[in-house]
Each structure stands twice: as structure tokens, then as C-alpha cells.
Design a protein around this ligand. Structure first.
Ligand code: PEP
Ligand code: MG
Length: 841
């Protein structure tokens, strides 16, 4: 036997990929080859990927390679050479995946809580979910699947070998046709699939317990998963890989219907997945779905849009999340762009309190739902909703929508095995009209293709689906399907004011062809003696830039227009809407894009046609003044955003919004637009330095982090910031430079930030004093936050200086401590501060 000692070099420890490479080298030899880890005493057979993974070997561990057998000389020499020269470099790509967990920035408030392990991502719909995490992928038997009767152990072994071979071939093919990390992860799975110990264990199970091959695979997978789950966090995360492999084998044995393609949610869940198609999203039980975190996907991909419309917090670009094992507790904080699993008790309780506050805020906003959407100076901007079903129409109207600006009908065609027939569609559209109860209802005809596949239609596989046959471009090929839809829309339209909108219009003839088709359907219905509306308005979606340049021509055939900003940005800026890597490039904040919107509204109005906007941009609170000033006749957004948008609109004046737009139209670049968006429209945020709603007489915060969080929450609840998480971060940045404990039990955290538009003071009186910096015995029991806008700072400094001087005065401190309620606190502060810097009091 020969021994070789070495220090384990790989940053992520022994995970699937290096294990499969080492196993590949060991497989060339017949000698017994083992790896011994001195730290934990584990000894792993190097001929088994799973044994190597399960040994839980970590970076820096002292290890011994042991080789014993007939070909030990060459085996030893080869493996030692491999360990010294190739093994240390075999892990870079995958380490990037794992580090995805920690490459984003940890919000400082969480750092203050000592959070060490987190996953970051790109928030798509801001919110908070606290629930168990279920990772999707891996192994789930389909509901109702029954194992076929078992044959002899020998026959089952033969079937197993065939299924393993088939799965290996399939994986090899996928490895060859993918690249980068995907291909490497698949290679690691291929290593697991070829693992000697896995096949041996399944065989032993068949011999000892009988049953069929699938049951044996399931049982061995369960045992191995339990072993991995008991290991380090990294090992726990390999469970999903193992289960993916097992799912492949079972699918190979019993066909596609044996395993489940969509998770069945039975309790409140945060779903983690590599990706989720719109169809899978719709098939989920939304009453249990608390949040979604995806490795792939972009802010305006269709799944994201649906999640936002349903008000489900969603984060994308979170590498590694789908490999997480199911966890009893997770927190998805999409406002801060963070996923936490198995949080410490104090972190959980922090989030429970935040969650309670969110619920209160949502309740308060709902009182605005049925007020008209008008600006501070009385101009209306009708707020419509985007929906995907007749039921959504009802929910949107209940949430205060003044109409439906976009009913995406393609979603009615997804996640089923055949298209809905004419009768089914008539029923859906009629029900939608009934729920709309006389409000405008715009139904968009089929927009399939791109990221909205409909498998039963057998559409061509295209190299660039977004640039291929999509939306109206497919109507020629799918003429029976589209005619059925048009007939159903015409028949339903006798029940109310229905408008039809056509997706992906690029030029005038597409629009005129569509009109002709609709007219043919109407005449056919008439000939059949059926009723069909004849006053239907027909609109064109403006989502391909050429349509805006061709608008005067198109308007000869279109009664109204609606900007699809998701696609318009994608096509105008050449940035894939589904790709997180191009999210910054495809932003609506590009000044040229805003100029394009201006061109569209001017051109539509010159042609005497109304124009709306129904892309994701309509949901962005910071864009509302801009859309108002651009002259849209309505905008259409997710139902959950309607009431908050009404509040924001009620604070905007036409003059302020116009001023902002004028500057933005002249902006030289995106950075300038971002800064103008955050600073120039003061009207969209509430104003005033002091107000009783900004003070909390008794706070139960138990730490500095909680106290700062509550101070920021008061700013947020009073509608004085669009981004509480960013404001909180700004406070902590200041705090890092200089802890703001003033002594006398008072702290004055403060910051200058683009996330408020006017100076604002909030205050909390703590029931239990808290330490403000480590080792500081002067506990704090009153904390005042002074948040000041970025930019010119003389006025800000005066407020800060005045506040500081006041706190030195015992009389002032006593008055603050004794004030019985928030009105009394307001009186003390207003009296003491006086007309500082002209700020409204
Ligand atoms: C858009 O492109 O902005 C739009 C509303 O259509 P969809 O998102 O369905 O492509
Ligand atoms: Mg579109």
C-alpha cells in the first residue's frame, strides 16, 4: 500500500464536480483507492463519486491518499500527479456558482445581525416571504402514479441497466449541447449516474427487498439524500443533484408521466428553482405560494410579470438557489434582494416584525383603492390592470382598477394539452366582461412564441425565438386557432364594451390584414345567424420600434395604441428581457427610450388616437410622474400596484412632472436619468420635516439594527421614500463611518440620500435601551433619524447642527422623554426647531 499526504486545495470542498473528476482518474485502475480525511476521520472510496462527496472534505483539510492493489505503482504515480497538478485547478467555474450566495452585497442591517450566509439576486417584485423553502427540480413522483407490478430481481436489474444507459446517453448529449456551468453541473450529475456505489446499492436493494427497479432507485436515493443532508451545508445542497439523477432514471424506466413537472404545494412555501415557465407558475397553488426565487429569468420575463401581477415576491438571478435542500424556514426579502435559510432566532423575529408592518401598510393603502386616480392638481390618469384570466378581472376591479388595459389571452392556452375551443373562450371572455362591469376591457389576441411556448402547437424551433415567429406573425400559420379566438371575442362582445388588441405589430399591413380577418369572422358569424359586436375598437401594441416610426400609417387601421414597454425596450435597446446579464442595458431609464415614448404619445395624439402603456414600466412607482407627463391616456399595471399608485399620483402636480420630463428628455445618459428620477419631482413623495405620524412613542426594538429599521419604516409608512431598503442602507453607511450615539441616552443616525426628496425626522422611544456601538456603555433610549436629500447641504447641516445643540439641553431631552403621545412629541420638536431652513413643519 502507498500513502500520499496533502492538504485539500479546493475552496468549496469535495463536491460533485471534483469528485467526479477524481473518480474518473481512479476508474482507470483496479487497485483499492481511498481518500482519508484527518479532520473528521471519514474514509472514502475514490471509485465512488457519492462516497467522495459524502466524506465531507473541506478546504484546508489534511488528507491521505491510500492506494493498494495489483496496479498500485502506476495508479499511485498517476493520481499523485493529478492531485498535484490538475486537481487544484478543477473547481473555478463551480466555485463561482457557490459564491453566488455571497457575491452580492449583504445589506448592512443584516451584517449588523451577524448574518453570514445568504443568497443575493435581482428583485423583481418587492416583498417579504417567511416560509419553508421547497426547491423544485429533483425527484417527485407524479400525483396518481402507480408502480407497475415488479418482475424478477434479474429482470428488474436488466431494466435498471438499460435505464442507466439511456440516462447516461441523454446526459452526454446535453453536456455536448450546453456550455459553461450548465454543462459542468451536468457532467457532475453524469459522474453520480455512473457511480459504482449507487448502482451497487440499487442492485443490493433489488436482491434483498424485491420490488421494482424504480422503487429501489427511490429507496437508495432517499438513504443517500439523508446522509448528504446530515453533512455540511454544501453536502446538503448536493441532494438536488442526486435527486435530479434519480428522476432521470425513473423517467427512463416508466416514462415522462412518472415524475412530476410542477411541484404540488401543500403548505405555505417559498419556491426555489432554476427556472419556472409561465405554465408551471400558473399550475402552482397560489394560496400556498409565498415567494419565488429563481436562478434564471429576467425582470420582464412572463413568469416575472405573472408573479408581480399576483403580488408574489420574486427574485431572479440567484445562482445556487435551486440546489438548496428543502428547508424548514427561509426568508425571501426581495426588497433587499436577499434569501436567507435557517435564519437565527433574532433574525426571524426581526422579519416577523417587518412582515407585520407590511401587512398594516397594505391595509392602509387599500383604503385608496376606490378613489379616482387623479393628480394633486386634479388631472386624471386612469389606472387600468393587466390580467391573465377572467377571475383576475374581478380581483383587479376590487383592487381599484378603472379598467383592464391588457388581458393576456395566451395564458389561457398554456399548461394544457389542447387549445380551449370556441365555446370555452366565449364563456371566459363573457365572464371577463361581466367582472369588468362596464369598465373598459382590452383583450389581447394570442401572443405566443418567444418565452411563451405552447407545446401542443408544435411550433418551429427557432434559433432566436424573440426575433422569430411571435404574436401576430404566427397568425397566418395558426389561422384556425386565431379564427376561433376572434369568433369567440366577437360573440362575447355582444355582452359589453370589449376592445381587441394585437401584439407584435411592426407595420401597417399586419394591422390591415388583421382587420380583414376579423371582418371575415364577423361576416361568417352573421351568416350563421349568431350575434357579433360590430363596434369593437381594435388597437395595436407598440412593442416593435418600427411601429412607432410607422404610427401615422398604422393608425389608419388602429383605433388605439398601447405601448408594450417590456418588448419595446428589448427590441429598441437590443437587450434580452429574460437575461439578468442584460438587465442594465435594457432599462427603460435610457434617455433615448424615454424620447421614443414621447415620440409615440405625440404621434398617436397627432393621429387622433388614444395611447396607453401596459408594460412593466407602468408598475414602477418612480416612473409614475414621467408617464403622467408623457401624456399617456391611461396606464395598465399589476392589480397589486393600483392603490399605491393612486396615492403617489395624488401627490404629483402637472408642473412638477412636466419639469422633470423636460430635464429627462435632455439627459445625456442613464445615470443622469436615474438621478433626475430620484430628485426632481418632489410632489410624488409626501413632504414636511416633522409630523406626528413620524414618531413612535414606545418602540419594542431590542437592538440598534431594529431601532434603525423602525426609524426608516416610519419614513416609509409616511410615504416619504420609494425605497426604504436603500434608505436604511444609507443610514448604515453613515453609521459605519461614525456611530451616532450622542450620549445622554440619545442617538441621531442620519444620512444624505437620493431616497428622500426633502429632509425628514423620525423618532423612536425605546422601551428597553440598546447599545449603539460595541463596548459603549452609554445605552440609547431615544433615537432620532434625520434623512436629508442628496446634493446641496447647507440647509441640511443647519438642521443637523440645531438638533445636536438641542440634545445637549437637558430641558429639551426631558420634554422629549416626557411627551405622552406623538402629538406632544411633535409640539416639542416643532417648538424647539422653529422654522429651520424654511422646511415645512
Ligand atoms: C410588453 O411587451 O410590454 C407587453 C405588455 O407584452 P408581454 O409582456 O406580454 O410581451
Ligand atoms: Mg410584449
Amino acid at each position: 500500500m502507498q500513502d500520499f499526504s496533502f492538504v485539500f486545495p479546493l475552496p468549496n470542498g469535495m463536491h460533485a464536480r471534483p469528485a467526479s473528476q477524481l473518480e474518473g482518474v481512479a476508474a482507470r485502475f483496479s487497485s483499492a483507492i481511498h481518500l482519508h480525511c484527518e479532520r473528521n476521520g471519514n474514509r472514502a472510496d475514490a471509485h465512488s463519486v457519492l462516497a467522495l462527496i459524502s466524506a465531507d472534505i473541506r478546504h484546508g483539510d489534511d488528507c491521505i491518499l491510500q492506494v493498494d492493489g495489483a496496479d498500485e505503482e502506476t495508479a499511485f504515480e498517476t493520481i499523485v500527479h493529478y492531485l498535484n497538478n490538475e486537481f487544484p485547478h478543477c473547481d473555478e467555474a463551480l466555485s463561482a456558482v457557490s459564491e453566488g450566495a455571497t457575491t452580492g452585497k449583504l445589506p448592512k442591517v443584516l451584517a449588523a445581525f451577524g448574518v453570514e450566509r445568504w443568497w443575493s439576486g435581482q428583485p423583481v417584485y418587492g416583498g417579504l416571504a417567511v416560509a419553508p423553502l421547497v426547491s423544485f427540480g429533483g425527484l417527485k413522483l407524479a400525483e396518481g402514479f402507480v408502480w407497475p407490478p415488479a418482475e424478477s430481481a434479474e429482470n428488474e436489474r436488466i431494466k435498471l441497466t438499460a435505464a442507466l444507459d439511456a440516462a447516461r446517453k441523454e446526459l452526454d448529449h446535453q453536456i455536448r449541447t450546453t456550455s459553461g456551468q450548465t454543462s459542468e453541473i451536468l457532467s457532475a450529475q453524469a459522474g453520480m449516474l455512473s457511480d459504482r456505489s449507487f448502482a451497487t446499492k440499487v442492485g443490493e436493494h433489488l436482491d434483498q427487498q424485491g420490488g421494482n427497479a424504480g422503487e429501489a432507485v427511490l429507496a437508495v436515493t432517499a438513504t443517500l439524500s439523508a446522509t448528504l443532508r446530515a453533512g455540511s451545508v454544501y453536502l446538503q445542497e448536493r441532494v438536488a443533484d442526486l435527486q435530479d439523477v434519480a428522476a432521470r432514471i425513473i423517467t427512463g424506466l416508466y416514462g415522462e408521466n412518472a415524475t412530476s413537472n410542477t411541484p404540488v404545494l401543500t403548505h405555505p412555501t417559498i419556491l426555489a428553482a432554476t427556472e419556472l415557465t409561465p405554465g408551471q407558475f400558473l399550475a402552482l397553488d397560489h394560496s400556498h405560494l409565498r415567494g419565488i426565487v429563481l436562478e434564471n429569468g429576467g425582470a420582464t420575463s412572463h413568469t416575472s410579470i405573472l408573479a408581480r401581477a399576483a403580488g408574489i415576491p420574486l427574485m431572479v438571478g440567484t445562482k445556487g438557489c435551486a440546489s438548496l435542500a428543502t428547508r424548514a424556514e427561509a426568508i425571501l426579502d426581495t426588497r433587499r434582494g436577499i434569501l436567507l435559510v435557517d435564519p437565527a432566532a433574532h433574525v426571524s423575529s426581526f422579519y416577523q416584525r417587518e412582515s407585520g408592518r407590511f401587512a398594516e401598510a397594505a391595509l392602509a393603502a387599500s383604503t385608496w383603492a376606490h378613489l379616482p386616480a387623479i393628480s394633486a392638481d386634479g388631472d386624471a390618469l386612469p389606472l387600468h390592470a393587466n390580467v391573465a384570466s377572467a377571475k383576475d378581472v374581478r380581483i383587479a376591479i376590487e383592487r381599484g382598477a378603472e379598467g383592464i388595459g391588457l388581458f393576456r389571452t395566451e395564458l389561457l392556452f398554456m399548461n394544457r394539452s389542447a387549445a380551449p375551443d370556441e365555446e370555452e373562450q366565449v364563456a371566459i371572455y363573457t365572464e371577463a366582461l361581466r367582472h369588468a362591469a362596464g369598465h373598459p376591457l382590452v383583450i389581447r389576441t394570442l401572443d405566443i412564441g418567444g418565452d411563451k411556448p405552447v407545446p401542443y402547437l408544435d411550433l418551429p424551433v427557432e434559433p432566436n425565438p424573440f426575433l422569430g415567429l411571435r404574436g401576430v406573425r404566427l397568425y397566418g400559420r395558426l389561422s384556425a386557432l386565431i379564427k376561433t379566438q376572434l369568433r369567440a371575442l366577437l360573440r362575447a362582445s355582444v355582452h359589453g364594451p370589449l376592445k381587441i388588441m394585437v401584439p407584435m405589430i411592426a407595420c401597417a399591413d399586419e394591422m390591415s390584414n388583421f382587420r380583414t380577418l376579423l371582418e371575415q369572422c364577423r361576416i361568417a358569424l352573421q351568416d350563421e345567424g349568431r350575434g357579433a359586436g360590430d363596434q369593437i375598437a381594435i388597437g395595436a401594441m407598440l412593442e416593435i420600434p418600427s411601429a412607432i416610426f410607422d404610427l401615422p400609417e398604422i393608425s389608419r387601421h388602429a383605433d388605439f395604441f398601447s405601448i408594450g414597454s417590456n418588448d419595446l425596450a428589448q427590441y429598441f435597446l437590443a437587450a434580452d428581457r429574460d437575461n439578468p446579464a442584460t438587465a442594465d442595458l435594457g432599462t427603460w431609464k435610457h434617455p433615448a427610450f424615454i424620447r421614443l415614448l414621447k415620440m409615440a404619445t405625440v404621434s398617436a395624439h397627432a393621429a387622433g388616437r388614444p395611447i396607453g402603456l401596459c408594460g412593466d414600466l407602468a408598475s414602477r412607482p418612480e416612473a409614475l410622474p414621467l408617464l403622467f407627463a408623457l401624456g399617456f391616456d391611461s396606464i395598465s399595471l399589476g392589480g397589486a400596484g393600483i392603490a399605491p399608485a393612486k396615492i403617489t399620483l395624488s401627490r404629483i402636480t402637472r408642473t412638477a412632472a412636466d419639469e422633470q420630463l423636460a430635464k429627462i428628455l435632455l439627459a445625456p445618459d442613464r445615470a443622469a436619468v436615474v438621478s433626475l428620477l430620484s430628485t426632481t419631482v418632489r410632489g410624488d413623495l409626501a413632504s414636511g420635516l416633522l409630523a406626528s405620524e413620524l414618531f413612535q412613542v414606545i418602540s419594542l426594538a431590542t437592538s440598534k439594527a431594529e431601532a434603525i429599521n423602525e426609524l426608516v419604516a416610519l419614513v416609509d409608512a409616511a410615504g416619504r421614500t420609494h425605497d426604504a431598503a436603500a434608505l436604511e442602507e444609507a443610514v448604515w453607511t453613515r453609521e459605519e463611518a461614525y456611530a451616532t450615539n450622542f450620549g445622554y441616552g440619545f442617538a441621531v443616525p442620519h444620512c444624505q440620500t437620493a431616497h428622500v426628496s426633502e429632509p425628514v425626522i423620525t423618532l423612536v422611544r425605546l422601551a428597553k435601551p440598546v447599545a449603539w456601538s460595541e463596548g459603549d456603555d452609554n445605552l440609547v433610549h431615544v433615537a432620532l433619524l434625520l434623512a436629508m436629500p442628496a446634493g446641496e447641504n447647507r440647509e441640511h447641516l443647519r438642521i443637523f447642527a440645531r438638533l445636536s445643540r438641542l440634545i445637549m439641553r437637558e430641558e429639551f431631552r426631558n420634554a422629549l422623554e416626557a411627551a405622552p403621545d406623538s402629538d406632544a412629541l411633535l409640539a416639542v420638536l416643532a417648538d424647539a426647531l422653529g422654522p429651520v431652513g424654511g422646511a415645512a413643519v
